[in-house]
Design a protein around this ligand. Structure first.
Ligand code: XUL
Ligand code: CO
Length: 439
């Protein structure tokens, strides 16, 4: 059954196009900085929002109109049909990757054994569709937060049986990710955090969290899973304090438990802003620590304190994010995954396509502008000038660790007059950035 039959495959028509079903900036094969746009951007569809998002919010029920969901009633048949729809949808858009949680693709059954059996049946269908289309799995993951057994967390639950269940579930999720040739596997700490220290043994929870990750590393070796492991930081929601708060917290946590060599970060825009950081801050921090892995491309609403997971349409943000990605040498195993959902009132199937087109165009435009900034070395030349005092003289001695406090005191006593400070020129750089954006 074809659900998007009436819609032609989405094509690039340029920035003057008024066709809502055309790309204005994304021209997949166009080469920028020696690489095609599609290889820079590596767009991915998030199965959970796009196929299973229903529009439910705390005040109201489902709003999404999905003809395929209405066409079958059996849950397992519905799950199989959704796979077909997912691949048809990605084909129309030319999206070459997807990501999923185990529970997005197959409904949970009464026992883990039965759930795993159904999961395998759905994975069979996914495997066929992947072969047919050439679409690849960017990363897989396990949903360790939806079921009520995870009410107090998964690997950080005070209940050891829940830890065990989470491990068993993750084992299977890793196996299916491997089977589908997944380039990565994400750990987002769903409910790994706490509400109040009055009832929380923080030390044990953090130790167990690290223990769980180590077990996953061990199991990956055992089964020969070569995909990249990622941690996805988020500061809050669903718990008040999530342990994987932000890039800095995750990096130091991984180092503390000697796990840093096995993980990179999957950085999400809306999570960055919830942590009161910019996305480019989070990306730069990961990059300078050799841990920039993948991106969940979305955006939040800066007036709201929760994870709205909107499709990215903010050009300024996409330019700065793409700049960091280019600066870090581009993606290897990672990509741009639209962890984004259409608004509750954008309930038609067309909205689903239009939202993805908008997100793809926003990042494509971001890539075009960031590539020019990078080529013209606007920011890099400025950096070089701003930090040039470390190239020679005392600065060089400082960065090559040749001097101590006594030497520096002597330097100051002999020199007497300091070199003058130079202005930071923030407004000038922001104005130049605007020129690059507006053309
Ligand atoms: C939740 C979130 C997750 C992860 C995967 O905020 O971003 O969907 O991306 O578990
Ligand atoms: Co995410």
């Amino acid at each position: 059954m074809k659900f998007f039959e009436k819609i032609e495959p989405v094509k690039y028509e340029g920035s003057k196009s008024t066709n809502p079903f055309a790309f204005k900036y994304y021209n997949p094969e166009e080469v920028i900085l020696g690489k095609s746009m599609k290889d820079h951007l590596k767009f991915s569809m998030a199965y959970w929002h796009t196929l299973t998002g229903s529009g439910v919010d705390p005040f109201g029920s489902e709003t999404m109109e999905r003809s395929w969901d209405d066409s079958v009633s059996d849950d397992i048949e519905k799950a199989k049909l959704r796979v077909k729809v997912a691949f048809e949808f990605m084909e129309k858009l030319g999206i070459e990757y997807f990501c999923f949680h185990d529970r997005d693709i197959a409904p949970e059954q009464d026992t883990l054994e039965e759930t795993n059996k159904v999961l395998d049946e759905i994975v069979d269908v996914i495997e066929v569709e992947m072969k047919r289309t050439g679409i690849k799995l960017l990363w897989g993951t396990a949903n360790l937060f939806g079921n009520k057994r995870f009410v107090n967390g998964a690997s950080t639950s005070p209940n050891a049986d829940v830890f065990a269940f989470a491990a068993a579930q993750t084992k299977k999720a890793m196996e299916i990710t491997k089977r589908l040739g997944g380039a990565g596997y994400v750990f987002w700490g769903g409910r790994e955090g706490y509400e109040t220290l009055l009832n929380t043994d923080m030390k044990l929870e953090l130790d167990n969290f690290a223990r769980f990750l180590q077990l996953a590393v061990n199991y990956a070796k055992e089964i020969g899973f070569k995909g990249q492991f990622y941690i996805e930081p988020k500061p809050k929601e669903p718990t008040k304090h999530q342990y994987d708060f932000d890039s800095a917290t995750v990096i130091s946590f991984l180092r503390q438990y000697n796990l840093d060599q096995y993980f990179k970060l999957n950085i999400e825009t809306n999570h960055a802003t919830l942590a009161t950081h910019t996305m480019n801050h989070e990306l730069r921090l990961a990059a300078i620590n050799g841990m920039l892995g993948s991106v969940d491309a979305n955006q939040g609403d800066l007036l709201l304190g929760w994870d709205t997971d909107q499709f990215p349409t903010d050009i300024y943000g996409s330019v700065l994010a793409m700049y960091e990605i280019i600066r870090a040498g581009g993606f290897t195993t990672g990509g741009l995954n639209f962890d984004a959902k259409v608004r509750r009132s954008s309930f038609t199937e067309e909205d689903l396509l239009i939202a993805h087109i908008a997100g793809m165009d926003t990042y494509a435009a971001g890539l075009r502008i960031a590539a020019r900034l990078w080529e013209d070395k606007i920011l890099e030349n400025n950096l070089e000038k701003r930090y040039r005092s470390y190239e020679t003289g005392i600065g060089k001695k400082i960065v090559s660790n040749e001097v101590g406090f006594k030497d520096l005191e002597e330097y100051v006593f002999t020199k007497k007059e300091m070199e003058p400070n130079e202005p930071g020129r923030q407004e000038l750089l922001e104005a130049i950035l605007n020129q690059y954006i507006l053309g």
